[in-house]
Design a protein around this ligand. Sequence first.
Ligand SMILES: [Zn+2]
Ligand SMILES: [Zn+2]
Length: 346
Amino acid sequence: MRALVYRGNGELALEDRPVPVLRDEKDAIVEVTLTTICSSDIHIRRGAVPRAVPGTILGHEFVGRVVQIGNAVKKVKPGDRVAVNVETFCGECFFCRRGYVNNCTDAHGGWALGCRIDGGQAEYVRIPFADNGLTVIPDSVTDEQALFVGDILSTGFWAARIGEISPADTVAVIGAGPTGLCTMLCARLYTPARIIAVDTDEFRLNLALARGLADVGLVPGRDDIEGAIRKLTQGRGADTVLEVAGGADTFQTAWKIARPNAVVVVVAMYEEAQPLPLPEMYGKNLIFKTGGVDGCYCQEIMDLIACGKLNTDFLITHRCGLDQILDAYEIFEKKKDHVIKFAVRP
Ligand SMILES: [Zn+2]
Ligand SMILES: [Zn+2]
């Protein structure tokens, strides 16, 4: 089968690989029907993910059809259309039992797919702990609608959930990229008074405004971000800040625009350390919550898509086959042609 492999040292290549086989009674083999590229794949390519293993097939955001299951798999059966969770988790360890599946202590627990074990930018993939990692897609939901359930929608859903958003709050979301847009969509579920989107990319901000995800769009450099947010909140600052950008100074913006006692959720994956100027924030009594996602709400997300409360159709701006995926990486990484997300068909 064809597969996109991370070879290390910034190199990616399409290779012919054997079709994976079951290795454990909790495994399933899934035929990938639609896959995509995530900014985390770009982080791997750049060497910013130390745990990524060279030789691994990339891809942790995809949907498919179950073709084979191990003896212990109960939830899914061959023929089921499924969304795949970015995280592998046993469901039984200390962290899994508390819902902190990102820190599952199994050898393959956490973000393993397309990082430490072969992922889904390929025709077939082996999914460990299939009962936890797969969510059945109902007939009324298309592959494109379900494509982001396991990764960026899970991230947005988790971020909004731990952001402790109350009705009529002011929520600031830094970053209007694919994950930022998903985060705004999920923050909407909590009926805030307004969502303020901050991004340097005006095209993406306008998309957030046009789709009704954000009420106000602010551009660093063009707008006084802190001042504008204070003006909208009687001088207080945002009740919840969701930092999804991971830029050079976005963490500083995040805590500055937060009101005292706000929750600041740091979703972003930085490539460099960030200063934490505690003397300057003293008295602000902020609550920081840091990434990464505990991706164990895929069923809730699927239900919200099925009933029309979440719709990420518009994120797919580009489509191609697996053979064109290297070109797709180039376009996605450089944000050419106003790309938001690719849908790649193996
Ligand atoms: Zn991802
Ligand atoms: Zn576990």
